[in-house]
Design a protein around this ligand. Structure first.
Ligand SMILES: [Zn+2]
Length: 217
């Protein structure tokens, strides 16, 4: 009651009519423009932008997933512990060799390395084991010596590969289901083949051409 009385007693009554106001703009009558301005004032213009390139030949889910990966916003064991969750063991459940971060699951884990090796052999991109981050990997693909169309396909394959690796990790962690590397690679080929056929204008690509990655474009 005292806490309520105090601000009420300080309030001076005037003859002017009541108006709606928006916080930080108390001397102006409410307008939508000030609401819009409020969040933009909290933006840190010095933070480096996430220059993620959206690829509409990959599924929306996988593209959005990789966008979150770049800012380390996926719930890996280390990320959950950093957010204050009580995770007693942050070791990777697949290889047990290192802490489970996003870059570990999708790039550095033994399983991820095997999958990327198979993807580079299949698509004839340079081996990705030398790159240290997901951003670097995507950049390498986008700046490679291939035609624009093939680079976009490779970029979609990379996005889908990471999404499939993440789904596989969730299966292992939550249901204990183990999939062989060969099954995962087949899954990547099938998913990306259907994705490119449905979403790009290159719907005439045959399964054989995709499996051999023998594309004249
Ligand atoms: Zn691992």
């Amino acid at each position: 009651m005292d806490t309520l009385k105090e601000p009420l007693q300080q309030q001076k009554m005037t003859q002017t009519g009541d108006i709606w106001v928006w916080k930080n703009y108390e001397n102006q009558e409410f307008c939508v423009k000030n609401v819009k301005l409020a969040p933009s004032q909290n933006l840190d213009i010095n933070s480096s932008p996430n220059n993620y390139c959206w690829n509409n030949w990959a599924t929306g889910k996988s593209a959005a997933f990789v966008w979150r990966v770049i800012d380390e916003k996926i719930p890996s064991a280390v990320a959950l512990r950093n957010r204050g969750m009580n995770v007693h063991d942050v070791t990777c459940k697949i290889c047990g060799a290192d802490d489970e971060t996003a870059v570990h699951i999708l790039l550095k884990c033994n399983l991820a390395k095997r999958i990327w090796e198979a993807v580079s052999t299949w698509t004839r991109i340079p081996t990705v084991n030398s790159v240290s981050s997901i951003t670097e990997l995507l950049q390498m693909i986008l700046e490679g010596q291939r035609s624009r169309t093939v680079r976009k396909m490779l970029h979609a394959i990379a996005i889908e590969t990471m999404w499939i690796l993440w789904k596989n990790r969730n299966d292992e962690v939550f249901t204990g289901r183990h999939r062989a590397a060969q099954t995962i690679i087949e899954d990547i080929k099938v998913t990306t083949f259907l994705g490119v056929k449905i979403r790009s204008k290159h719907s005439t690509i045959t399964k054989q051409e995709w499996w051999d990655f023998n594309l004249n474009m």
